[in-house]
Design a protein around this ligand. Structure first.
Ligand code: ZN
Length: 357
């Protein structure tokens, strides 16, 4: 009898920037571009279907006015990219509303093929129906006012996940700059408003994302939050000493809280030399899975691709390349039960605990 590998399990992914890509593009209407596909970019509906991408956290990230030139610098042996200036609340809010509306229009135009999910049960239904599950995430809280009125509005509109900061500082805390090699222990902890935002997210059961936060801010959230600690798209600092990656001490705290780390496919956070380089082997990425599974246990690791926000290994290419990665993980020795946990079961369990439904 010929043994046949089981088919790759569906993927629920912790981070993508497809809304930013669609926001920046011109030409075709964004919803048409996404639903019909056929253009550059990592995620559209046809690529998601080919790759078994069942859903994920869709980030609203408000770009700064000027381009900090990240892409050109991260090929050097060492780098420290200056942080862009802080965003004004009104500018952040305008772009946030635009990208949220973009997702809502896309969902509407998809006629059920793409759905906005507010609960883990809704994600389960999407997986059962073969629809793409989207969860609204805010990467950097610049659009939120000190009275948290806009947080209520976004929550009612579907927001279920929030990172207090992207890399630039804001009213809530300090992110890490794109610096290599570097400790993540750069700058002070959360501001008073940042500590209040942690509590407000806990009250509304919005997931708090630790990726991008500096180490002092990380420990503030660890002390204050009543939810499992989650970094949606970060890797192991011991393998790639980038400011954006997590030290073993941080990983131990995440494990203790019953939390999760989504493994980031960005080559600059994978490689031991911190370089942005598409010629990065899947083996180098799988080493991060190995290390994170060792520190967090098999229930504490998921995917956090950073699709449409980063240079990923050429062998993955885009969302349609996910089965190739899963196949490499299988050949590396991960069995089907572990692959199911890593691809979607761990994410769904964490979201259910955090959201309460
Ligand atoms: Zn990010």
């Amino acid at each position: 009898m010929i043994s046949v590998d089981p088919s790759p399990p569906p993927v629920f992914d912790g981070h993508n920037d497809v809304l930013l890509r669609l926001y920046r593009r011109d030409g075709r209407a964004p919803e048409t571009a996404f639903l019909e596909g056929g253009a550059a970019g990592h995620i559209d509906l046809p690529k998601a279907r080919r790759g078994g991408l069942a859903g994920g956290l869709f980030a609203i990230f408000v770009p700064s006015g000027e381009d900090p030139g990240v892409e050109n610098v991260m090929v050097r042996p060492a780098y420290d990219i200056p942080l862009p200036v802080s965003l004004a609340l009104a500018d952040a809010r305008r772009a946030t509303l635009h990208m949220a509306a973009l997702l809502f229009r896309l969902v509407r135009a998809s006629e059920g093929r793409v759905r906005l999910c507010r609960s883990a049960a809704e994600i389960d239904s999407c997986i059962a129906d073969g629809a793409l599950a989207t969860v609204l995430h805010l990467e950097g809280a610049e659009a939120i006012d000190p009275d948290f009125h806009f947080l209520d509005v976004l929550h009612e509109a579907g927001l279920r996940s929030l990172g207090l900061v992207w890399s630039r500082p804001n009213a809530f805390g300090h992110g890490v700059p794109f610096r290599f090699p570097s400790t993540p222990d750069i700058g002070p902890g959360l501001t008073e408003l940042g500590r209040a935002l942690v509590k407000e997210c806990n009250r509304r059961r919005i997931l708090i994302d630790l990726s991008h936060l500096n180490e002092a801010g990380f420990w503030d959230v660890a002390r204050l939050s009543d939810a499992p600690l989650v970094a949606t798209h970060s890797n192991a600092h011991t393998l790639s000493p980038h400011s954006r990656n997590l030290t073993d001490r941080q990983l131990d705290a995440i494990r203790e809280s019953g939390g999760l780390v989504g493994v980031n496919f960005a080559t600059c956070f994978i490689r031991a030399d911190g370089r942005k380089e598409a010629d990065t082997s899947l083996g180098e990425l799988i080493r991060h899975f190995d290390h994170l599974i060792e520190r967090l246990g098999p229930d504490g690791v998921g995917f956090g691709s950073d699709f449409d926000g980063a240079t990923v290994p050429r062998e993955i290419g885009d969302a349609s390349g996910l089965p190739g990665l899963i196949d490499a993980m299988r050949r590396h020795g991960y069995d089907q039960a572990l692959l199911r946990k890593l691809t979607h079961e761990n994410w769904l369990r964490i979201l259910k605990i955090t959201w309460g439904a």
